[in-house]
Ligand binder design. Structure first.
Ligand SMILES: NC(=O)c1ccc[n+]([C@@H]2O[C@H](COP(=O)([O-])OP(=O)(O)OC[C@H]3O[C@@H](n4cnc5c(N)ncnc54)[C@H](OP(=O)(O)O)[C@@H]3O)[C@@H](O)[C@H]2O)c1
Length: 46
């Protein structure tokens, strides 16, 4: 089966953050989150 990779821009908050949660629940193989705010982005890992 092909690997599924998602790239989410504006992932540190709002729609991007919620969309990231859905992608993880959907068991996408890799989710690449992109944003300017490194602190908020790092907090997503928790
Ligand atoms: N929320 C809603 O119900 C809704 C409904 C319809 C349309 N929209 C539209 O959908 C978009 C996202 O909404 P949201 O509620 O998720 O917004 P948000 O919470 O204000 O922003 C989401 C992400 O966008 C990034 N961002 C903000 N300004 C940016 C800029 N100038 N350049 C690059 N990245 C930027 C931020 O990440 P960093 O600052 O870390 O880069 C943030 O994590 C907006 O354009 C909004 O008008 C939202």
């Amino acid at each position: 089966m092909e690997k599924r990779i998602a790239i989410v821009t504006g992932a540190s908050g709002g729609i991007g953050k919620e969309f990231t949660k859905i992608l993880i629940e959907e068991e996408v193989d890799e989710v690449w989150d992109v944003a300017r705010n490194k602190e908020k982005l790092a907090a997503l890992k928790g």
